[in-house]
Design a protein around this ligand. Sequence first.
Ligand code: IPD
Length: 264
Amino acid sequence: MDSAVTFGRLAEEIAREAGEMLLAKRPARPEVLVTKSSPTDVVTALDRASEELIRDRIKAVRPDDAILGEEGGTTGDGRVRWIVDPIDGTVNFLYGVPEWAVSIAVEVDGEVIAGVVNVVPRAEVFTAVRGRGAWLAGERLSCNTGVPLERALIATGFGYGSGRRAVQAEVLRHVLPRVRDIRRGGSAASDLCAVAAGRLDGYYERGPQEWDYAAGGLIAAEAGARVGGLEGRPANPGLTLCAAPGLFEELHDLLLGLAPERDA
Ligand code: IPD
């Protein structure tokens, strides 16, 4: 069997197990364990427990692989690298907003070849293997096409630092009058899957990290969307955007003129 498919299956199995653990253990009101970049950038005990479970399962079968996890950083240095967000949408998780996900991508020699995003509260497991499409519950996904910017429903997200947010608000002030509407779901991984499924037309954000967009980015791309950064760069923490070809360029050009990669 194609090794990308095997990796995809393993990633899916692990993301499902982590999701089950999180659902079973999530208290009515989870507590913040520590904060990271700002007082609103939180980690709960279950972020850590989820990452630990995922790391243990990967290591049990792939002991030599590298793992990048949101909470634990990078371990190992193999040519296979697992990119893990144990809970994407931690603030939603904290508040009981049903929009958070376990995200796992597998990268080989610098290319993401398989990704899974388990949007746990909705029991939706999005998967993709490079070259084999994006899938949800046995249905192949395809993003919306032919949507002009003024009719596009666009998701975005905000960072945790106030200086960055001030610029994000300024950029948004110029984007909002140009599009159908804006959504802020609170999980970048889930936003990218929503583009794949045609529930959104596009997504852009300054500041998402690899663990936020690696799996969802492959899922959106395999559903026909373009995923990248500004001026031909790949998706990156400076800016990541995603939409069907055509809309991607319109959104890109609008954003480029607004210098969204600066912070206050
Ligand atoms: C966050 C979410 C959010 C996005 C932030 C991310 P986290 O991830 O994906 O939607 O706007 O940029 O940091 O902190 O919940 O794992």
